[in-house]
Design a protein around this ligand. Structure first.
Ligand SMILES: Nc1ncnc2c1ncn2[C@@H]1O[C@H](COP(=O)(O)OP(=O)(O)OP(=O)(O)O)[C@@H](O)[C@H]1O
Length: 446
């Protein structure tokens, strides 16, 4: 391996699962839906670098990790270890890779075999890889994870260790083979808060001492400053922002990152921080289509330039159109509750059912025209009418967050300039289409 080569490179990685197929799908010969768990993720991990991947439950973090260690087949893209793509690995390469890429799992209560003593747990990876000098290595690693004196712990089983001690044994187990890379999957989320900081600080110290690179996976942005120099924020299978840790915590750019940062508890109860609210929960990563993944929860979704509309009202319209596109508007039920059997009453009922914000002028008449088409049974025309007036640039694919270590934001709010200065003078790179109107026009194309 040449010294300028990253230890690990993830290139446009995709991991899709096949969704459930029901009998109707089979009869209609519909293709099974695809769960886009990881959808075009790229990053590089340099020697001795620590990168955090942060996101809510379901964003694809564990799938990314499981794909990295070969537990899932790759759907597309590749993982390159010290210059060799894993797609070209033979059996011996996999064994070598598994020795050098170690995982620390979330749950120290389950990741250690309850029947094995600490000595046996630490000896197991050495046995698998035929490495000698076991007792000395085991004692050294116990000292390094601060389980001292070693005699006190060597013959204990997990039941006789605290949560923090168990996780220290798991960390020791990962490090005892002198790996190049450690993948840490929520390593402290099951420990009590008082133990978390100590374990993370120790982990950081160890990865420096052992010259290890690390991908630290967590839902908790508040823990990353202990451990990672840079952060990638993941949402529905994609990275949406990527930057240095202290920069992203101080001045997040993507509305999703802003919401995560504003949710970090502040120790001072008198400090009233402005909160960025996200609505709802992430959707399932199925048939997501083009466009920003966060658009249905984003508090800053971008309306066309020429319309004046309240943000919440605008989002209701976007969501309604997406319901229509996914055939999730139950018109039969609404027809059932309409008292008078006439079109205007049905349009009123749909509006009452799906819209809480009042519209005025052309916005109101465009919505009513679309709902009238829907009441007439012409769903496609309703969708077209909504799209024509209310189509958003956020429905086109935002710029990709790529592998390079600069500050990158996948958001159309950051596409107006190719490069601009962050508050601290760093360069923020926001590549992609640069003209919001051009994007809006593009959004309206069939
Ligand atoms: N084996 C599988 N088969 C089908 N779908 C899956 C499978 N594994 C994960 N998924 C789906 O892929 C998406 C990403 O899941 P994943 O577990 O990777 O997210 P996560 O961010 O790690 O969440 P958590 O922190 O809750 O584990 C989810 O929608 C999940 O339901």
């Amino acid at each position: 391996m040449s010294s300028d080569q990253p230890v690990l490179e993830i290139r446009n990685l995709e991991k899709y699962f096949e969704g459930n197929t029901d009998i109707v799908d089979v009869l209609m010969r519909r293709e099974p839906s695809q769960i886009q768990a990881v959808d075009g993720v790229s990053m590089t991990l340099e020697e001795n670098e620590s990168v955090a991947v942060i996101g809510e439950s379901g964003c694809g973090k564990s799938t990314l990790l499981r794909t990295l260690i070969g537990l899932h087949d790759i759907s597309a893209g590749d993982i390159v270890y010290k210059g060799t793509p894993v797609s070209e690995f033979d059996k011996a390469d996999w064994k070598e890779y598994r020795r050098n890429v170690q995982v620390i799992f979330q749950d120290p209560f389950n990741s250690l075999n309850p029947k094995m003593t600490v000595r046996e747990s630490l000896a197991e990876p050495l046995n698998i890889h035929g490495i000698g000098n076991k007792e000395e290595r085991i004692r050294n690693v116990l000292e390094q994870v601060e389980l001292q004196p070693a005699e006190k712990y060597l013959d204990r089983k997990p039941a006789n260790l605290s949560g923090g001690e168990k996780q220290r044994v798991s960390i020791g187990r990962a490090l005892i083979l002198d790996p190049d890379v450690v993948l840490a999957d929520e390593p402290v989320s099951m420990l009590d808060v008082s133990t978390q900081a100590a374990v993370l600080t120790k982990m950081k110290e160890l990865i420096n001492d052992f010259d290890v690179s690390m991908i630290y996976i967590s839902h908790d942005l508040s823990t990353v400053s202990y451990i990672a120099e840079s952060v990638k924020v993941m949402y529905l299978g994609r990275f949406v922002e990527s930057a240095q840790t202290e920069a992203i915590l101080r001045d997040p750019k993507h509305p999703y990152t802003e919401a995560l940062v504003s949710a970090i508890p502040v120790p001072d109860p008198t400090y009233d921080r402005e909160r960025t609210e996200m609505s709802g929960a992430p959707r399932d990563p199925i048939d997501i289509g083009e466009g920003c993944r966060f658009r249905d929860r984003c508090p800053e979704v971008i309306p066309p330039d020429d319309i004046d509309i309240d943000q919440r009202a605008y989002r209701e319209i976007m969501s309604f159109r997406e319901f229509l596109e996914r055939e999730e508007v139950d018109l039969d039920r609404i027809e059932g509750i309409v008292e008078r059997n006439e079109r205007t009453a049905l349009v009123d009922a749909i509006e009452r059912e799906y819209f809480s914000r009042e519209l005025t002028g052309k916005n109101e008449s465009a919505l009513r025209a679309a709902l009238t088409s829907l009441a007439d049974g012409n769903e496609d025309l309703a969708i077209d009418r909504l799209r024509e007036r209310f189509g958003s640039v956020c429905e086109t694919t935002p710029p990709a967050v790529e592998a390079e270590p600069e500050w990158r934001v996948a958001c159309h709010h950051h596409t107006n300039e190719d490069h601009h200065r962050a508050n601290d003078g760093r360069t923020v790179v926001t590549e992609g289409r640069t003209d919001a109107n051009e994007n809006a026009a593009h959004a309206e194309q069939p």
